[in-house]
Design a protein around this ligand. Structure first.
Ligand SMILES: [Mg+2]
Length: 268
């Protein structure tokens, strides 16, 4: 880049750009294997509980280490540790039909951003070994400049250091994601412009300066989404949980970036 300015944008992966196979295929298969036909114990729930417990004790790297959860659970239920290969299971299910892009116009939008001078990266809390097969299967691997994962950096969203690691020295920074707790909160705390992208968003808009009817609708929507993430938002407070913009579809992103003054369509 020239002129001392540079543009960098990061995208969350799961439920922002893609629907993965983890909940519907990978975890059920692992649970079935560990259960060995015994349906009396909910091993899916046990795997997710281990994930949640690691998050709650502030160890995100451990939280997203699904192999460690599977191994620990195997010992608990008397199955040989190492009999489950989570990465191999992910790779087997990372196929069209089981993983897919959420938005039809994803690739043209990413290409347009890169042509306009943006450095486009994925910033995901998933481990690389689980996310790379999904990125390759959906064709995203060749459409981004970088992929930053929790095991790469030893940090996870909303830790501001994850955003710093992914966005580098860029002077204009934007993060797009579907979660208020990880994506919005982390971006806001890191001083990064935050775009909440969810198919259920009521409209595409910059959250400042809405007319009263839309402002009310947005507040209700944000409170509902925040509640699903265990974060209370009411009346645009706390500000760290309120995104700078909301969109339902990635096709709306370039116009929203322009409206935010982020030069989506010019490289100057
Ligand atoms: Mg997500």
């Amino acid at each position: 880049m020239t002129g001392g300015s540079s543009l960098a944008i990061t995208f969350d992966l799961d439920d922002t750009l893609v629907r993965n196979a983890f909940s519907s295929w990978v975890i059920p298969e692992i649970a079935e294997h560990l259960g060995n036909g015994d349906s009396s114990v909910d091993l899916r729930a046990a795997l997710f509980r281990r994930h949640r417990e690691a998050l709650d004790r502030g160890d995100p790297v451990a939280a997203y280490n699904w192999q460690a959860h599977a191994d620990a659970l195997a010992v608990e239920v008397g199955v040989a540790a190492g009999s489950v290969d989570v990465a191999a299971t992910v790779r087997r299910h990372a196929v069209p039909g089981k993983v897919r892009l959420l938005h039809e116009h994803t690739v043209p939008v990413l290409r347009g951003l890169r042509e306009a001078g943006w450095r486009v990266s994925i910033l995901t809390n998933g481990f690389r070994v689980y996310q790379e097969p999904v990125l390759r299967s959906t064709g995203l691997w060749d459409e981004v400049d970088g992929v930053v994962t929790t095991d790469d950096i030893g940090r996870a969203k909303p830790d501001r250091r994850a955003f710093v690691a992914a966005l580098g020295e860029a002077t204009t920074t934007v993060h797009v994601g579907d979660r208020i707790d990880h994506d919005v909160q982390g971006a806001r705390q890191a001083g990064v412009t935050s775009v909440l992208m969810r198919p259920d968003a009521p409209f595409a808009a910059v959250t400042l300066d809405l007319d009263p009817a839309r402002a009310g609708e947005l507040d209700t929507y944000l409170a509902r989404v925040a509640d699903t993430h265990g974060m209370p938002v009411a009346g645009r407070q706390p500000a760290t949980l309120v995104p700078d913009a909301v969109i339902a579809d990635i096709a709306d992103l370039p116009a929203i970036l322009d409206e935010l003054g982020k030069e989506a369509t010019t490289a100057s």
